[in-house]
Design a protein around this ligand. Structure first.
Ligand SMILES: [Zn+2]
Length: 403
């Protein structure tokens, strides 16, 4: 297959579409996508010339490339979010440029092999000067253009943003970054959130918050963010990650809040890995609460809901491999999600929020994932199912061969 001659995958299933399809590609583009005369055979999904399940490439909108792959250096398993923050801060005092670069490079390589096309990484930023990791990750973003579209967002404690925010915002504007803040039960919270929105308006930045990552009903940073987004009409530029406390707040109050957020256009990112691991955690005791934001209710209200990796093998979460198919599996089970309605949350929707597209369509790039499964339920059921990563009409050699 030279890529210039038309070739057709026959009898394939395509996530989100009914029946079997024939996909023809040539020169790296999908030139035809037609209903197939054959059937998808659930018992032999990926044999022969075609078959298998095609899904869009993945878009991971919430990661932490500066912290990743440090788990072997952690002194203990974290008992809570704040315990993890402390361990991670101690480790960060020993980071070098080479260390950060090697770990982030491994993360991008893994994500690439798992079929990720777009990624956003938060980067801890605690002073007016850019942190050591920032220019290194900016460089990697350049190097990886065309493979993974990497966006970077600052992550700064809300309390210090009013002082150092202007310096951060100026650098973000120069580098094309996104402004972020860690918001959790801060004093004078609404005024500080308003100051973050002032910066976003003044410097023309999009916002991505870590907000209410805990199980105290008094954690209501989300309310302040929604109110600012409403007042300024800039909700579609505002993403809220975590919002765990919504899971323990009064349901009617939450329902009204989600409706307002939806009307304002505010997006929600749910992080099932770190939340399930850290929320209600304690050594020798089984967690009773899992901290997942009410993602089904948010979607029903009309919010754009996305699912991300968050931390991978660091003090916050000792597992993961930048494999969003795996994260999707976890979310489907933990959130009791019908898989057919939720694949968009790890593929096309976050892609659009990152300014790209991973949609499978005639005329679009022949870039997608072909799984050895008949449908999404089987994909969720078979973590070991083989997959091919297709980029511009070619299968990545490292990802095996489905035949
Ligand atoms: Zn995070």
């Amino acid at each position: 297959m030279d890529g210039q001659t038309p070739a057709t995958l026959t009898g394939i299933a395509i996530a989100g579409r009914v029946g079997a399809w024939d996909l023809t590609h040539q020169g790296g583009r999908i030139t035809a996508l037609r209903p197939s005369s054959g059937q998808v055979d659930p018992l032999r999904p990926a044999v022969g010339q075609g078959r298998g399940l095609i899904t869009p490439l993945m878009a991971d909108i919430h990661t932490h490339l500066d912290k990743t792959f440090t788990i072997q250096r952690m002194p203990r398993r974290a008992e809570s979010l704040f315990d993890a923050i402390e361990m991670m801060a101690d480790d960060a005092t020993r980071w070098t440029g080479d260390d950060i670069r090697a770990r982030a490079l491994l993360a991008l390589t893994r994500a690439w092999h798992h079929g990720t096309a777009l990624m956003r990484s938060h980067v801890d930023w605690h002073g007016a000067e850019a942190p050591l990791a920032w220019p290194i990750l900016c460089e990697l973003a350049q190097e990886w253009r065309g493979r993974i579209g990497l966006q970077l967002a600052s992550l700064t404690p809300l309390d210090v943003l009013p002082q150092i925010g202007p310096a951060i915002a100026a650098r973000l504007r120069a580098d094309g970054g996104i402004l972020g803040a860690f918001v959790y039960r801060n004093d004078d919270l609404p005024a500080k959130v308003a100051a973050v929105f002032d910066l976003a308006e003044k410097y023309g930045l999009n916002l991505d918050f870590h907000v209410d990552e805990g199980l105290e009903a008094q954690a209501q940073g989300f309310d302040a963010i929604v109110a600012q987004a409403e007042a300024r009409g800039m909700g579609t530029r505002v993403l809220c990650g975590h919002c765990c406390s919504l899971s323990v707040r009064e349901p009617d109050q939450v329902a009204r809040l989600l409706e307002r957020a939806a009307r304002a256009g505010v997006g929600l990112t749910v992080l099932p890995g770190a939340n399930s691991y850290l929320q209600d955690a304690s050594t020798g005791r089984t967690p009773r609460l899992r901290g997942l934001a009410p993602l089904q209710e948010a979607a029903q209200a009309g919010m754009a809901v996305m699912i991300g990796s968050d931390n991978v093998r660091d003090g916050f979460y000792p597992y993961g491999d930048y494999d969003l198919t795996d994260v999707f599996r976890l979310a489907v089970v933990a959130g009791h999600l019908p898989p057919e309605g939720w694949l968009d949350a790890v593929t096309t929707r976050p892609a659009v929020w990152m300014g790209g597209s991973t949609e499978i369509r005639e005329g679009g790039p022949a870039s997608f994932i072909r799984h050895d499964a008949a449908d999404l339920a089987e994909l969720v059921s078979r973590p070991g199912a083989a997959r091919q990563i297709w980029r511009d009409g070619h299968v990545l050699p490292q990802t095996g061969d489905l035949g």
